[in-house]
Design a protein around this ligand. Structure first.
Ligand code: PGA
Ligand code: ZN
Length: 423
C-alpha cells in the first residue's frame, strides 16, 4: 500500500460565518491528513451543483446531516485504499458515484475533493499552493476589495451586489492589503459622517452598507473620495459584481434599476456611461445568468474585463458556450459551483487556453479555512476576490501574506501584463 493510500474519510456538520451548517471533511492517509471546509453562496446561480440540505426541522431545514451521511456511508467505502495523490481518478470516482436520482450533494463532493487535495499535499510534504501549481507556482493574486455591498448580500438599497476597489498600483499583496485597509478606514469615516453610524454595519463580505444609498454611482463616488483622501489617486481602479439576475424580471425581460425598467440594451447603455465616467476595469454578471448574447455585446463594446459568475458557474460546458458566443472574457472561479477540484481546474484551464482571465472567488458563506488563497496561487489566477473584513475573509489575506513572504523574490504579483486585465 502506498503511504498516500486513503485510510479513512470522515465528515462533520460544522457552522459557517452565518451560523449555518456546512461540512468539514477529513481524509486520512499514513503519510498525512487533509481537512477542508465547504463554502456556500447566498446569491447562488441556477446552474450550480446541488447544495444538499436536510430540509427537516433542524436549522430551518439547512442541516447537512444527509450530506455527512453520504460522505461516510457512500463515498468513504469507495475511496478507502485509493491513492490521495491521484486527484483526477479520485474525482472521477466521485463523479461516477453521484447518482442523479439520489445525489451525493455538491457540498459533499466538494468537501471530499478538497480534503483529498489537502491530504495529497500533506502526504507529499508540500504547501497546498505548490502541490496544485507545481515548482513554478509563484503568482500572488491581486485582490478585489468589496468595500460597499448591496443586493442579496446586504440589507441596504443598492442594486449591485459588490462595489469593489482594485489596488492596481500595488506591487505586492502586502502593499495591496495595506492600501485597501487604509481606504476602508477612510471610507468608514466618510459614510459615518454623511450617512450615519448605522452605515458602518457591514454586509456578508464585510463591506459597508451606507444607509439610504441606492445608486451604484454614489457608492463609486464615495470610494473614489476615500481613495483620494488617502493620497492614492490613480492607484486604485473600480469594479463591480452586478449580479444582475437579482433585479431581472424574466416575464418582461427587463431590469429594475433606479426606479426604471431597463431593456438589456438600455442596461448596456448604463454600463457604457459608467465606464466613461469612472475608472472601471471589471464588471461581473452584468446581465441575467442566461443572457449570453447581451453579455457578448457588452464584451465587444466595452474595454473592461467582463466576468462570468452565475453565467458560467465554473462549469466547462457553460464556459465553452460563452467562448463560442464571445460572452465575457473572464471566469469567476468557485470550486463548489461545479463540485470537484478536477472539474474546476479544467474550467480554469479552458479559460486560460481561450484568452479568458480567471478570478478566484470566495462565497458569502464560508469558514476561516484558507484553501482558497492557496488554490489561487496554485492556479496562477492572478486575481482573487475574498471580501473585506470578518475573520473568514481576513484569514485569506493572512494566508496570501504568508505565501508571499515564503516565496520571497520568486513571487510576482497580479495578472499577466498581456492578459485581459492588465492593471
Ligand atoms: P455568493 O456571492 O457567494 O453568495 O454566491 C458571491 C458572488 O456572487 O460572487
Ligand atoms: Zn457574483
Amino acid at each position: 500500500m502506498s503511504t498516500a493510500s486513503i485510510e479513512a474519510v470522515d465528515a462533520r456538520e460544522i457552522l459557517d460565518n452565518r451560523l449555518e451548517p456546512t461540512l468539514r471533511v477529513t481524509v486520512e492517509t499514513p503519510a498525512g491528513t487533509g481537512q477542508a471546509d465547504v463554502p456556500r453562496g447566498r446569491s447562488r446561480g441556477d446552474h450550480e451543483a446541488l447544495d444538499l440540505r436536510d430540509g427537516d426541522d433542524r436549522y430551518r431545514g439547512r442541516g447537512v446531516r444527509c450530506a455527512v451521511a453520504n460522505v461516510e456511508e457512500r463515498i468513504a467505502p469507495a475511496l478507502v485504499g485509493r491513492d490521495a495523490t491521484a486527484q483526477r481518478s479520485v474525482d472521477a470516482c466521485l463523479t461516477d458515484l453521484n447518482d442523479p436520482d439520489d445525489p451525493l450533494g455538491g457540498n459533499a463532493i466538494t468537501g471530499v475533493s478538497l480534503a483529498v487535495l489537502r491530504a495529497g499535499a500533506a502526504a507529499t510534504d508540500q504547501p497546498l499552493y505548490r502541490y496544485l501549481g507545481g515548482a513554478d507556482a509563484h503568482v500572488i493574486p491581486l485582490p478585489f476589495f468589496d468595500l460597499i455591498e448591496g443586493g442579496e448580500l446586504a440589507g441596504g438599497g443598492l442594486p449591485f451586489q459588490e462595489h469593489q476597489v482594485v489596488p492596481v498600483g500595488a506591487d505586492s499583496v502586502a502593499e495591496a492589503v495595506r492600501m485597501a485597509a487604509e481606504v476602508y478606514y477612510e471610507l468608514g469615516d466618510i459614510v459615518r459622517a454623511e450617512y450615519g453610524e448605522a452605515s458602518l454595519n457591514v454586509g456578508a463580505e464585510g463591506g459597508y452598507v451606507p444607509t439610504g444609498v441606492d445608486d451604484p454611482r454614489t457608492a463609486f463616488d464615495l470610494e473614489l473620495r476615500a481613495v483620494e483622501a488617502c493620497g492614492y489617486d490613480g492607484e486604485f481602479a473600480l469594479a463591480a459584481d452586478v449580479a444582475a439576475s437579482q433585479f431581472y424580471d424574466a416575464e418582461t425581460g427587463t431590469y429594475a434599476l433606479l426606479g426604471e425598467r431597463l431593456s438589456p440594451g438600455e442596461l448596456l447603455g448604463f454600463y457604457e456611461n459608467l465606464a466613461d465616467a469612472y475608472p472601471l476595469v471589471s464588471l461581473e454578471d452584468p446581465f441575467d445568468q442566461d443572457d449570453f448574447a447581451t453579455t457578448a455585446d457588452l464584451t465587444d463594446r466595452l474595454d473592461v474585463q467582463v466576468v462570468g459568475d452565475d453565467l458560467f458557474a465554473t462549469t466547462p460546458a457553460r464556459l465553452r458556450r460563452g467562448i463560442d458566443h464571445g460572452a465575457g472574457n473572464a471566469l469567476l472561479w468557485k470550486v463548489n459551483q461545479v463540485g470537484t477540484v478536477t472539474d474546476a481546474v479544467e474550467a480554469a484551464r479552458l479559460a486560460t487556453r481561450n484568452g479568458y482571465a480567471v478570478q478566484v472567488s470566495e462565497r458569502s458563506g464560508q469558514t476561516p479555512d484558507t484553501w482558497l488563497a492557496d488554490l489561487a496561487v496554485g492556479l496562477d489566477a492572478g486575481q482573487i476576490k475574498t471580501g473585506v473584513t470578518r475573520g473568514e475573509r481576513t484569514e485569506q489575506y493572512n494566508r496570501l501574506l504568508e505565501i508571499e513572504a515564503e516565496l520571497g523574490d520568486a513571487a510576482t504579483f497580479g495578472p499577466p501584463a498581456d492578459g485581459v486585465f492588465d492593471p
